[in-house]
Write a protein that binds this ligand. Structure first.
Ligand code: NAD
Length: 497
């Protein structure tokens, strides 16, 4: 009997009544891990109603109590770190270390959520006019929803619900239908940590369920992480329905390499950041942009990349796992063929990659192109596979202009020994997260995840102080109180006799 992925509604795991189900597949074997139901409209409604109901009491739970729930949750996530990593590795195909890293980055956000009291502090000014004071309170919105992608099934749900709930909201999570098993375990541990019923709910599904949540009159805000075309739809649909929406979307991240950069550091950084997680990271590097002559470094890069081979989750020698689905693999292989057809030079082609004992895995080997130009499909599209494109420009100015001409602006990196070059780059680049001699500059959760331009829609970004603002309203109170001494009741000292 195939495992059925439950919904989580009103404090209970329940089996969906839906007949619309998809297989959850192990990407290394195609073994069916479970069936995930696409929730019925009634089930989505009940999940929102439960969150709405729970909000009436949860908003009044003292902020220190809400913080303590996050402390207990953090301790449980750490206690079950290995188990979560293993579930996640089966769901996604990630190597065990990478899967544990996914969980760890989520734990760090829960730690940040435990700091909620200081992040909920308002402002005060005494005596804005004679005897009048103004002060602000930060109050939760109500029911918030989160729609998450396949590539970080622990970290990205944990970017959302812990901060929203710590701020006093209630939440409905709609995780990726491709990897619903890690989120189920995240929810179980949240309940074990003591979350009251209705505070967190989870429904599964695709476009219909997401649209219903976005248009639901009782939903106040939606957080989305995923591809750009879906994010644009979610931003339009959600804002048209009057919701507050933040969408973290697709990317095309460049690493710019100056001639004075440390070659060894460049090679190490390029290998890990381009093929790590099979290139399925929104902050992975997919373009190496060399300033000046790059021929020697590219040859050395091809040699190093060839040693980074995919494998199954518990193979300690594997550099990364399979792609998420056969469709994702077909798409990446199609782009690799187009790269050659459109005139790029393929130095390493991972299209025919196999892994012993796993003939059905969605394997793609490390792939390296040089002579890539801006008109080519491999440059214009987000490949989301272990494919690195090398380009050459003559000056830093040219590199900055090229990157700034793209629609997306999630992450970028510069390798150099020159403080002047770094200063110019960080000042002029129109990308929201910049690494200087760091390949993947994902900010820790006391900052926010600040993708720019086409990589983001909304005003306030994911996690950190910005997310607390996203999940709250500011209420400004202006108060006037006059004081008069109470009238004397007469009689001096009480009579003690
Ligand atoms: P996706 O957009 O296909 O799916 C994301 C979520 O949206 C899923 O829950 C899915 O069920 C839902 N969805 C899909 N189609 C929909 C539709 N038509 N209407 C409403 N909802 C829909 O993304 P994915 O393939 O799961 O994830 C990979 C993408 O996510 C990449 O583009 C990557 O760059 C991006 N990503 C961005 C960030 C970031 O922070 N900027 C982080 C991780 C991933």
């Amino acid at each position: 009997m195939t495992r059925q992925v439950p919904l989580f509604i009103n404090g209970e795991f329940v089996q969906s009544a839906s007949n619309d189900k998809r297989d959850v597949l192990n990407p290394a074997t195609q073994a069916v891990l479970a069936e995930v139901p696409f929730a019925t409209p009634d089930e989505v409604d009940v999940a929102v109603a439960s969150a709405k109901d729970a909000f009436q009491t949860w908003r009044d739970v003292p902020v220190a109590e809400r913080a303590r729930l996050m402390m207990r949750y953090q301790a449980l996530l750490k206690a079950y770190h290995d188990e979560l990593g293993e579930i996640l590795a089966h769901d996604t195909g990630k190597t065990f270390e990478d899967a544990k890293g996914d969980v760890w980055r989520g734990i760090e956000v829960v730690e940040q959520a435990a700091n909620i009291p200081s992040n909920m502090m308002g402002e005060t000014v005494e005596n804005v006019a004679n005897g009048i004071d103004t002060y602000t309170y930060i109050q939760p919105l109500g029911v918030c929803v989160g729609i998450t992608p396949f590539n970080f099934p622990a970290m990205i749900p944990l970017w959302m619900f812990p901060l929203a709930i710590a701020a006093g909201n209630t939440f409905v999570l709609k995780p990726s239908e491709q990897v619903p098993l890690t989120p189920v375990r995240l929810v179980e541990l949240f309940i074990e940590a003591g979350a009251p019923k209705g505070v967190l709910n989870m429904v599964h599904g695709g476009p219909d369920q997401v649209n219903q949540l976005l248009e639901h009159p009782d939903v106040r805000a939606a957080s989305f992480v995923g591809s750009s075309h879906v994010g644009e739809h979610i931003y339009r649909t959600g804002t048209a329905a009057g919701k507050r929406v933040q969408c973290m979307m697709g990317a095309k991240n460049h690493m710019v390499i100056m001639p004075d950069a440390d070659p060894n550091a460049v090679l190490n950084a390029l290998v890990g950041s381009s093929v790590g997680a099979g290139g399925q990271r929104c902050m992975g590097i997919s373009v190496a942009m060399f300033v000046g002559d790059s021929s020697q470094l590219i040859d050395a890069l091809a040699e190093r990349l060839a040693t980074a081979q995919p494998g199954v989750w518990d193979d300690a020698s594997a550099s990364y796992g399979p792609l998420i689905s056969p469709q994702a693999r077909e798409r990446v292989l199609g782009l690799i063929s187009k790269g050659t057809e459109e005139g790029a030079t393929c130095l390493l082609d991972g299209s025919d990659c196999t892994v012993d004992g796993y003939p059905d895995g969605n394997w793609v080997g490390p792939t390296l192109f040089k002579d890539v130009t801006p008109e080519m499909s491999i440059y214009k599209e987000e490949i989301f596979g272990p494919v690195l494109c090398c380009m050459q420009v003559e000056t830093l100015e040219e590199a900055i202009a090229q990157i700034n001409s793209l629609e997306v602006g999630n992450g970028v990196s510069l390798f150099t020994a020159s403080g002047g070059a770094a200063r110019k780059f960080q000042h002029e680049i129109l990308v929201g997260q910049v690494g200087i001699n760091i390949p993947i500059p994902v900010p820790l959760p006391f900052f926010s995840f600040t993708g720019w331009r086409g990589s983001f829609r909304g005003d306030l970004h994911a996690y950190g102080k910005q997310a607390v603002r996203f999940y709250t309203e500011t209420k400004t109170i202006t108060a006037k109180w006059s004081f008069q001494e109470p009238a004397a009741t007469g009689g001096g000292q009480p009579n003690m006799s």
